[in-house]
Design a protein around this ligand. Structure first.
Ligand SMILES: NC(=O)c1ccc[n+]([C@@H]2O[C@H](COP(=O)([O-])OP(=O)(O)OC[C@H]3O[C@@H](n4cnc5c(N)ncnc54)[C@H](OP(=O)(O)O)[C@@H]3O)[C@@H](O)[C@H]2O)c1
Length: 245
């Protein structure tokens, strides 16, 4: 697994993460797929990626767990010898108005989305610092920029990711490590599929391009941010939202 560059994508069994995995495999990257529950989907994706002639491996880990996140990085490094790009994409929602939101739903969303991203950044940082190179791409959300009713846990986690991205860009920049965030708008995946139709219509009205985004729209920006063309971009949050914000 040495000649090609390697990308590790958390939460890549489906949705945006899966599209990112396919885009990177098409570009010749070896791909470490991470999943927490969707083992079958992750293994099917590995087979799909191998068709592009790259090496792919699925590794189970709950990124919110400090030790599992470490084991994921360790195993990825064992398999590939080198990780060049880390994409923190895992994310969950547990929406409710604050009056009804349970404490455990606040904690779980913060743990997976924000702490999971921090866990992964922490555990990869030694490797990237030693290599004096590396690219970290954190998936945040448009609502982390503008807020959203009924998502105080999710919005706090996504705004936290933007702050984390800025802090790490300053901390790691002198070693040629870039850290950026992508803020997708409304992207068609399982996460958004079950939203009430009225809510989907309301979102659509706010999108100048008059369509929801595709996972590939996000994946293509990831590929650019991982490339040498993006070597002088760090600490940024780039929106992919059809002009919504
Ligand atoms: N869809 C949108 O409109 C939209 C908009 C803005 C931002 N985003 C962000 O984009 C990212 C991907 O969203 P999506 O729409 O593709 O969601 P999705 O279809 O629900 O997929 C979520 C992924 O995260 C993984 N995951 C969940 N909990 C995990 C954990 N504890 N450890 C490791 N992996 C875990 C899931 O894997 P398992 O099934 O194996 O648990 C799955 O692969 C998320 O961070 C989301 O917040 C999405």
């Amino acid at each position: 697994m040495k000649e090609n560059k390697t990308v590790l994508i958390t939460g890549s069994s489906r949705g945006i993460g899966k599209a990112i995995a396919i885009e990177f495999a098409k570009a010749g990257y070896n791909v470490i797929v991470n999943y927490n529950k969707s083992e079958e989907e992750a293994n099917l994706l590995v087979k799909e990626l191998e068709v592009y002639g790259v090496i792919a491996k699925a590794i189970k880990a709950d990124v919110s767990d400090f030790e599992q996140a470490k084991a994921l990085i360790d195993e990825a490094l064992e398999v590939s010898g080198q990780v060049d790009v880390l994409i923190n994409n895992s994310g969950i929602t547990k929406d409710n108005m604050i009056l009804r939101m349970k404490e455990e739903d606040f904690d779980r969303v913060i743990d997976v989305n924000l702490k999971g991203t921090w866990n992964m950044c922490k555990h990869i940082s030694g490797h990237f610092l030693k290599s004096r190179s590396g690219k970290i791409i954190n998936i945040t959300s448009v609502v982390g920029l503008i807020g959203n009713a009924g998502q105080s846990n999710y919005v706090a986690s996504k705004a936290g990711i933007i702050g984390l991205t800025k802090a790490l860009a300053k901390e790691l920049g002198s070693r040629n490590i870039t850290v950026n965030a992508i803020a997708p708008g409304f992207i068609e995946t399982e996460m958004t599929r079950d939203l009430p139709l009225e809510m989907q219509d309301a979102y659509l009205k706010q999108i100048p391009l008059k369509r929801f985004g595709k996972a590939e729209d996000v994946a293509q920006l990831c590929l650019f941010l991982a490339s040498e063309q993006a070597n002088y971009i760090t600490g940024q949050t780039i929106s992919v939202n059809g002009g919504m914000v």
